[in-house]
Write a protein that binds this ligand. Structure first.
Ligand code: HEM
Length: 489
């Protein structure tokens, strides 16, 4: 018995040594294994990916390989070279890592489903007439919720809340009512979702503490039940997005249990980004009075134009362009959208950089792009990248500024909040419309101000880097009340 244990331990030690003895070969990116065997840089990466990768970029440049929990991850931070990764569907694959994450986070396995078929279904359902209907429904739900949340308060009475809670709760509930069938449990779903979402990054990294695993499992199970259509109710006969998605899953041969679980994945994908984005946008406006003035004056011109045209039923945002608000949104997303685009190297690959230099990528490794660091926070592309400049994406003639350069070369990707390539966000048009509708509604219907006029935006929760929109650590306290008239801005 003792001998068996001894031999097993020896075998394990040899494996650890074999893994830690990897050396950099000719033409490979700089290799940084970190000091801890096997784990390598896993702790620093998971704690604050942006800080860790910025440090590595400073040390090694635009491409390097790091060891993370037994895996070797090549990180590419030159936006001009991204296409070499995004366009390669032969040597690079994203389905295996995605499936692993789906299993870990959502306890979901969809072996029969072809990712291309799902993507196509999603694209069809977020464009054209579908998109128009979804956006109109979203607008109606936002208005109704905003007004019903104020019921019971006298018009002059101020209410206090955290801005993050206010934005997330309203946008989530309106999004849920727009896409999902059950209308009777919106607030319960929101509360449970926030609980689940607070543990999501730990679920993905397998770093749940004792006790947290049980909470995450219970929360997930509860959400599966809450999202299941209510067969007793006549609403289940509706022709909702959710019902159409379930039909699609059935056609793809997904069994009933996995259909139920897939709904939670879709709830997360469709609802986890817009609320936090709206929070940062309004937070930047509240802490940058010149930006708030510019947006308010653009909006008041819109509402005045519409009254004079006597088309009150048309949403002014659809009838007119809003270059200032668009620039504010792009700038907000530049500063707070932090997706990690990841691929698995399934065949050895030569990666040609825009500079002409070739790097060899080894089969079995991973390759990642982290657009938050570059292009979004790259000082060579965006001057003073840490600072919020509301007109960064505006030309002098009020057209969209989309020409940005690095090393004299115009960039194809100057900001990438929606990802890129085959995983690019399919809901981006819907999301942009929803966030703009929300900001428009809040600024036209509410008096909104910070409780402490000197307050600053809370810092970012660093564990959220890589997971899409960032979330704050803490909140910004605001007070608000219904305006007496809509034109009182
Ligand atoms: C500010 C808001 C949003 C941002 C920044 C955002 C960003 C992203 C990003 C970066 C991805 C790719 C994820 C990856 O590669 O792993 C993605 C995927 C996706 N997004 Fe969004 N998103 C937003 C809002 C929305 C909304 C409101 C919807 C729908 C209602 C939506 C629907 C989707 C879907 C369905 C996918 C999956 C696409 C696929 O798997 O091919 N997103 N989003």
């Amino acid at each position: 018995m003792l001998w068996t244990i001894f031999l097993l331990l020896n075998g394990l030690l040899i494996l650890v040594l074999l893994y830690s003895t990897r050396t950099r070969k000719k033409n490979e990116p700089p290799l940084d294994k970190g000091l801890i065997p096997w784990l390598g840089h896993a702790l620093a990466f998971g704690k604050d990916a942006a800080k860790f990768l910025a440090k590595m970029k400073e040390k090694h440049g635009d491409i390097f390989t790091v060891r993370v929990a037994g895996h070797y991850v090549t990180v590419l931070l030159d936006a001009n070279s991204f296409d070499a990764v995004l366009n390669d569907t032969v040597c690079l694959d994203f389905t295996r890592s995605r499936n692993q994450l789906l299993k870990r986070i959502f306890s979901l396995q969809l072996p029969s489903m072809k990712p291309a078929a799902e993507r196509k279904w999603m694209e069809t359902h977020f464009q054209g007439l579908h998109l128009f209907k979804l956006s109109s429904s979203m607008n109606t739900h936002l208005q109704n919720l905003l007004l019903s949340d104020q019921k019971g308060c006298s018009p002059s009475e101020w209410r206090q809340d955290g801005l993050f809670s206010l934005c997330y709760s309203l946008l989530f509930r309106a999004g849920y009512l727009t896409l999902f069938e059950r209308k009777d449990n919106t607030s319960t779903v929101y509360k449970e979702f926030r609980q689940f979402d607070s543990l999501l990054t730990k679920l993905a990294r397998c770093s749940l503490k004792r006790g947290e695993g049980k909470i995450a499992n219970l929360s997930r199970e509860r959400l599966w039940e809450l999202l299941s259509p209510d067969w007793e109710s006549r609403e289940s006969e509706s022709n909702s997005w959710q019902q159409s998605y379930r039909h699609f899953l059935q056609e793809e041969g997904v069994d009933a249990e996995m259909q139920k679980r897939a709904l939670l994945l879709q709830l997360w994908t469709t609802q986890c980004n817009a609320g936090p984005a709206a929070f940062w946008l309004l937070g930047f406006l509240l802490t940058h009075p010149e930006a708030m003035d510019a947006v308010k004056s653009e909006i008041s011109r819109l509402t005045l134009q519409d009254t004079s045209l006597q088309h009150p039923h048309i949403n002014p945002l659809e009838a007119h362009s809003t270059p200032v608000l668009d620039s504010v949104l792009s700038e907000t997303l530049r500063l707070t959208a932090a997706v990690m685009i990841s691929r698995e190297v399934v065949q050895d690959k030569i990666l040609r950089m825009a500079s002409g230099q070739d790097y060899h990528l080894r089969r079995g490794d991973k390759v990642c792009l982290f657009p938050f660091l570059s292009p979004q926070m790259d000082p060579q592309i965006h001057q003073e990248p840490q600072i919020f400049k509301y007109d960064r994406f505006l030309n002098d003639d009020m057209t969209v500024k989309d020409k940005f350069y690095k090393d004299g070369k115009r960039l194809k990707y100057h900001t990438m909040p929606w990802g890129a390539g085959r995983n690019m966000c399919v809901g981006r048009e819907f999301a942009v419309t929803a966030i703009k509708q929300f900001v428009f509604l809040l600024l036209t219907h509410l008096d909104l101000e910070m409780c402490d006029p000197e307050a600053k935006l809370p810092p970012v929760n660093p564990s959220r880097y890589s997971f899409g929109m960032l979330q704050p650590d803490g909140d910004l306290q605001v007070r608000y009340r219904l305006k007496r008239t809509q034109h009182e801005m």
